[in-house]
Design a protein around this ligand. Sequence first.
Ligand code: FES
Ligand code: FES
Length: 169
Amino acid sequence: MASKLKIKVNGLVHSVTASLDTPLLYVLHNELHLHGPRFGCGLAQCGACSVLLDGKEIRSCVTPVAAVSGKAVTTLEGLPAMWAKERGTAAASPALHPLQQAWIEAQVPQCGYCQNGMLIQAADLLATTKNPSKTQIKQAMNGHLCRCGTYTAIVEAIQNAAKAMAKGA
Ligand code: FES
Ligand code: FES
């Protein structure tokens, strides 16, 4: 049975109608038209659907929408505003989060399908580990699969983003 719910996504509270056990990913796609998170495996195995929940990476394909009530969801689309808030310039949100800029400069994406989850996991990592080593990055990204093999470029981009963020990007 469908229920009316309020969920906070990318800083805005939205009213949605969904069954409490509907995967968050479906609500993001179908109700809020946010298509950064991708459907990959649907089993919490690949990471394509990742979002941040109160700043920590979760798999939206297996997270019931009711579980995010009262919490803050950030999708790929919300990363620039999140960064603006972190550096205290929320009124002038940049077009891109430093991670997104670094991704472009390192030409990370190939087909692009996994890249949402990679960026979300990297944002989670850099929120707590400001200058991660290659080993720390590989450990953090371990649960995300890329069939195109972009792993080396991802490590480079995360380290470049960390440097840019340290300078205030
Ligand atoms: S689609 Fe959610 S982890 Fe693969
Ligand atoms: S860029 Fe194609 S799956 Fe990762």
